[in-house]
Design a protein. Sequence first.
Lengths: 129, 430
Amino acid sequence: MAFAVRLLSGQAKIEDCPDLVEREEFRENYEKLKELLGERPAAEVSLPRIDNEEACNGCGICVVVCPANARADPEVGSGKGASRKEGLIFVVVNGKVKIMDISKCRRQEDLTTCRVCEEFCPNNVIKIG
Amino acid sequence: MRSFHNVICTGCSLLCDDIQVTVEGSHIKEILNACSKGCSRFVSDPKEGRLLSPLIKRNGRAEKASLEDAVKETVEILKTSDRPLLYGWSNCVSEAQILGIKIARKIRGAIDATSSFCQGVVYLAACEAKGYHTVSLGEVFNRADLLVFWGCNPADAHLRHFSRYTFFPRGRYRQTGFEERDSILIDVRESGSAKIARTPLIIEPETDYELIQTIRAIIKGHEIQHGKVSGVGFEKVKSIADKMVNSRFCVIFYGLGLSGTKGTYRNVSALLSLVDDINRRGTRCAVIPMAGHFNMVGFNRVLLELTGYPYGVDFHDGSAYWNPGETTAFDLLKKEEVDALVVVGADPVSHFPRKIAKYISEIPTIYIGPHVTPTSAVSRVSIPATIAGIEQEGVAYRLDGLPLKLKKIADPPDGVIPDVAILEAILKRL
């Protein structure tokens, strides 16, 4: 299911699935998918970025609501501020949000539809895409 | 360089206790987790905008003086006054508030804080309603599944309210955080908080009382004849009432949008009665006023403990006398009854009407605080003090009433001492 979502959103190519390419019993599926999807380059994953730092007031909503932050530090997910900057995506430093480690963002894993940081930012500071 | 963990921020009454501060000498280099409002308290230059030396005004000119001379002048002013008032107290530690009450009692003066025209009215309202059901913020994020924001805008006033304590945190019994919480915002405009609230309800100005009483009537099962209340259709009002009653734990936060509009404390009284009605229907419900200054709640609690009254206490006959409208600071100054004013932890010249600000500049005023302000500019005596929570430790009360111990993380400028020490010196001389 996860591969299907990535295929449809352009995050992956048909050839990324070895079974589709190599196994004879899936030859028909492979041909049909090629016909439906055509030849297209895999889309780039769009990640959160700080679009308007001036407007940020350090409310910390992005820090708490981010599921990757909560996974890395459950106390952050419970509302407590970060005890370290490493390993987290969002941290508030000197009253402004900073992106520390974007590689942790779930949009780079299976859950490409996660947009909670952008959705709940009250000042439209964070943008995706 | 030194790092301090779990520092308590004094930017507002949330008193966030998870701030990390890196200090080099007396300069604060980096602040982790504090919002922009909190960061403005942790200024990078400890001398910026600061009062650095005691000043006494002679012949219209402020001249530098020693601390001893400034204290002597203060005591002289207080001893010779008939109707002194000690005002402010919301931006200083509770130890200083206690000393202020002792001084007021000693000189048979009046003492009041900024809360008398702000969220202190909840105590007045509680006298008329059936009490004041409240909870701690920890209970809110661990248990509450419905949050109501009435006449307040946390997104712009208490910046970490949603993220640290209420809507977004994953709590013990709300482990998916905002996904299992609902929120209602009731206001006269679409504020910054409206983007967060799941149900923003925009009502006509000055109609909060009618809306509260209508919701109460619905909850009690009465028939409502009118099609619209406060500019909102009846069906919508009924859905709000149903949400409140059908939730498991409803917490109502209210601000000056409710307590400062037409009806003032009566709006709060009606709200407290609504909270009681919801509790009697079997739904756990509580209310928390949105206090502004970092220790406004502290003064109310301390004065309540020592005198039985929350603000505006007059000791003119030796005992504590409370009569809002007569003994509160705004009214005493408006009627020009006060002949000496001590201001600690506030700036009335900036916030009171012009006529009162002018009167303050005409009477002997003593200012004790860290910064140069319009009040210090018109004062006869100005005494510099340390900044609580940065240069001074002490106790402050969070907006839900939880007392917390502030830490000292940096040294003050040379010669600047805590307001506690200044007030002790004044009390000793009186």
